[in-house]
Design a protein around this ligand. Structure first.
Ligand SMILES: NC(=O)c1ccc[n+]([C@@H]2O[C@H](COP(=O)([O-])OP(=O)(O)OC[C@H]3O[C@@H](n4cnc5c(N)ncnc54)[C@H](O)[C@@H]3O)[C@@H](O)[C@H]2O)c1
Length: 303
């Protein structure tokens, strides 16, 4: 199958590219390398260093004629989205509208879209959070990622294209940027390896849903053959505390430096995890890599 992966030089997208190549698919990547890296892209995939807003995008669709378009390119930082809401919406809202339009115009049969389970629901009314939870993002990023969902569904409603939308929990694994603001695992691992202290906000007992990137990539493989019209959470259904992350990573890396503590972050949600039974029912997907196994794989990749 010919598959175009936007954002395929990024953290999650590059694992999806690897998973598609392993299944024997032909893969093209569109990425402007704003946060992604050329080195993340397997040589068997064709990398087009192109912005999703650029005029150069349409000829790529015309020449490659993707059967599936997997849209992972995004402004992926909550912090950047707060500082520059217009840029955030341009990339995540308008950019998704454009990718969806080109996918339809060039005859793709399916569009797969990466949304954000951690931000579109806002403060959880109950746990675990199901897909039917009210949508009430508390950030520009969560709002623009949801706008992307609406454009994907609009394309499906007004053409023959199918879609799967994934609402991801907090991804972790190899290739996550240690300088990014979202990935506590990558940030802690980077600091520990540099012999510097980590900072734990509040009491460290806040729990979020951390899902291993290889499991996320597998969901994107399953969506090639199933899950049409599906909006599904992709997480573990469990919360992991920051203190636990710190302990497991310290052991894996051999860190003995004590962490610093900082006041709780204002507005931070204390407990958040996703119900993922819909992805299991529709795709036969469930996470297979435990948090501890995922940390071992992540640390091994750093050597
Ligand atoms: N990391 C997470 O925990 C998480 C959680 C929920 C959703 N997501 C979503 O998953 C996707 C991938 O996230 P990630 O963590 O791998 O982030 P990432 O920053 O590593 O990947 C995004 C990729 O998109 C590229 N990109 C950005 N703007 C572009 C543009 N205008 N044109 C072309 N390419 C562009 C970047 O260079 C990068 O390679 C994003 O859509 C993000 O919103 C991530």
């Amino acid at each position: 199958m010919r598959i175009l992966v936007t954002g395929g030089a990024g953290f999650i997208g590059s694992h999806i590219v690897d998973a598609y190549l392993a299944e024997g698919h032909e893969v093209a990547v569109v990425d402007n390398l704003s946060t992604g890296r050329r080195a993340n892209v397997d040589r068997r995939a064709t990398l087009h260093e192109v912005d999703i807003h650029s005029r150069e995008l349409e000829p790529i669709f015309a020449a490659f004629r993707p059967e599936v378009v997997n849209h992972h390119a995004a402004q992926a930082s909550v912090k950047v989205g707060q500082a520059d809401p217009v840029h955030d919406l341009e990339v995540n809202g308008a950019g998704t509208a454009r990718v969806a339009q080109l996918a339809v115009a060039h005859g793709a049969r399916k569009l797969i879209y990466a949304s954000s389970g951690g931000t579109v629901y806002g403060d959880p009314e109950s746990l675990p959070v199901t897909e039917d939870h009210r949508i009430a993002p508390r950030s520009n990023y969560g709002t623009s990622k949801y706008a992307g969902e609406l454009y994907v569904q609009l394309a499906a409603r007004t053409s023959d294209i199918e879609y799967t939308i994934f609402r991801y929990g907090n991804a972790f694994g190899p290739r996550q940027d240690p300088h990014g603001e979202a990935g506590v695992v990558a940030i802690f691992a980077g600091l520990m390896r540099a012999g510097q202290p980590c900072t734990i906000d509040g009491d460290g007992e806040q729990r979020k849903d951390y899902v291993y990137v290889g499991d996320m990539a597998r969901a994107n493989v399953l969506a090639l053959a199933a899950g049409n019209g599906l909006v599904a959470n992709i997480g573990t259904g469990e919360g992991t505390t920051v203190n636990h992350i710190y302990r497991v990573l310290s052991e894996a890396i051999g860190n003995s430096i004590e962490p610093r503590s900082a006041p709780p972050r204002p507005g931070d949600v204390r407990n958040f995890w996703l119900d993922c039974s819909r992805a299991k029912a529709a795709l036969g997907w469930e996470p297979t890599v435990s948090f501890e196994e995922g940390i071992a794989l992540t640390v091994a990749s750093l050597d």
